[in-house]
Design a protein around this ligand. Sequence first.
Ligand SMILES: [Zn+2]
Ligand SMILES: [Zn+2]
Length: 60
Amino acid sequence: MADKSKETCAHPSCHCAAAKDSKYCSAFCEKNAGHPDIACACGHPACETTAHAGSRINAT
Ligand SMILES: [Zn+2]
Ligand SMILES: [Zn+2]
């Protein structure tokens, strides 16, 4: 059984679980919902990993 009760954050680049009373996991995702091209930086560990792996930014 998959836990369908858990909703994923509505931000395209975010893989976190959304907050109970929100489509998003954090204020960051809510503010940047219109910018799906940026890496999620909500601060959750899962997204920090994703940002490093899938970023197009050439960090030094
Ligand atoms: Zn996130
Ligand atoms: Zn999020």
